[in-house]
Write a protein that binds this ligand. Structure first.
Ligand code: ATP
Ligand code: MG
Length: 378
């Protein structure tokens, strides 16, 4: 099946109106499409760029019926109701599929699919009840107990050293389904963004090297400081996973670089553009948000080529003053090779992603150093 591509000025719909939806909407509007956003937040960041904001809960039947009138619908956050996406798919074109979103929402399903694709994960077991934590789990200690659903930015996970700690952690997480994952010898974290229409039309961006602070992504640098061979391997793995899922749209694959041999294991996937792909706005021939628009419209992905080494830095609410005063934007805005993106969020809270900036340089190390310096001046 190769349906006729959807062309401007068709109306495109998106479930979720956060920063990812905002950057999607900006890309879609630039290409001449209309945008309808469904998000219950009256101040949803994406609304500023949308033609229409359906301000209603994500499971609101009337709002979903309106969204279903769009020529195609996509999503920007993974905790969207997969059933709502399946229902929408009965009326319009939906990508990624509800089935793919459901896999990404549940670490147990997700890890099984990663292995089904012939790829490695960290050693793990599913933990559905306290009894599942037995002597057999000892090989996974020290480990991390992670809730199967609803985790993000390092939330919903507890590091454990002993079986007793694992059982206590399971109770502390509410006795919900979890995975116990062995702590791996982490040497680095990378992510690959895949753009896939079908098995013939698929490509990836260069891997981003991700640096976290307090469990939240702080910097992504591209090119990653890894051999060309390992980078290529990461890209091939990401495509293999997208093929396994018969994925349509933009898919982010997070990987760990493990041990002296720099073995790649897949950590998790996100069925949408990713924070570590924000540099693609400006640093690549086409951004991950342009790709999201193209793929949902049935168009092949555009060129992913990296045009310049760069570093993306997240801007969290922490850099606002306690009285809500703005950070000092002047040094950043005065730098000819730094590009600021703010999401238009009303309230700055610690840990909340308020914006990001991308620094271009002649090599990734220099870009990282300059980004760290500019960040410290905010
Ligand atoms: P995010 O939303 O930021 O991707 P998350 O809540 O989904 O985070 P994970 O990505 O699973 O959680 O884990 C958060 C971080 O904890 C990882 O980026 C990594 O630094 C560390 N971590 C997770 N699992 C392991 C592991 N098995 N071994 C070593 N470190 C790990
Ligand atoms: Mg993660």
């Amino acid at each position: 099946m190769n349906p006729t591509p959807i062309l401007p000025p068709a109306m495109l719909g998106i479930l979720g109106g956060g920063q990812l939806g905002r950057m999607f909407a900006a890309a879609a509007k630039t290409m001449g499409y209309g945008v309808t956003v469904l998000d219950p937040d009256p101040n949803a960041p994406a609304a500023a760029f949308a033609d229409r904001h359906l301000c209603a809960p994500f499971d609101d039947a009337a709002a979903l019926a309106e969204l279903a009138k769009c020529a195609a619908v996509t999503t920007e956050f993974e905790n969207v109701n997969a059933d709502a996406m399946r229902e929408l798919a009965r009326h319009t074109i939906v990508s990624p599929s509800g089935d793919c979103v459901a896999v990404a929402q549940n670490r147990i399903l997700e890890k099984a699919r990663i292995r089904a694709a012939g790829l490695q994960t960290a050693p793990y077991q599913a933990v559905k009840s306290s009894d599942d934590l037995s002597e057999n789990s000892a090989a996974l200690l020290p480990g991390i107990l992670k809730t199967a659903t609803l985790g993000y930015d390092g939330k919903g996970q507890i590091r454990v050293k002993t079986l007793a700690e694992a059982k206590a952690a399971f109770a502390e997480l509410g006795g919900v389904e979890c995975v116990l994952e062995k702590m791996v010898d982490l040497r680095g974290e990378i992510s690959v963004v895949v753009c896939r229409l079908n098995s013939e039309n698929v490509c990836t961006y260069d891997p981003a090297e991700n640096i976290h602070e307090n469990g939240i992504l702080a910097y992504s640098i591209v090119p990653a400081r890894l051999s060309a061979e390992i980078q290529q391997q990461a890209q091939q793995m990401a495509v293999r996973l997208a093929d396994e899922l018969d994925y349509v749209g933009v898919l982010a694959v997070e990987m760990f670089v493990v041990g002296d041999t720099q073995k790649l294991v897949v950590n998790e996937i996100a069925p949408r553009p990713h924070n570590s792909g924000h540099h693609t706005i400006g640093a690549c021939a086409a951004s991950q948000f342009q790709q999201q628009v193209r793929l949902m419209c049935g168009l092949p992905p555009a060129d992913t080529r990296l045009l310049s080494p760069c570093c993306m830095a997240n801007i969290l609410g922490d850099v606002w003053g306690e009285n809500g005063s703005e950070p000092n934007w002047l040094p950043l805005q005065s730098d000819a090779r730094a590009h600021l993106h703010l999401y238009g969020k009303k309230a700055a809270r610690p840990g909340r992603k308020m914006g990001h900036f991308t620094v271009f340089a002649d090599d990734a190390d220099t870009a990282l150093q300059q980004a760290q310096k500019l960040h410290s001046l905010l």
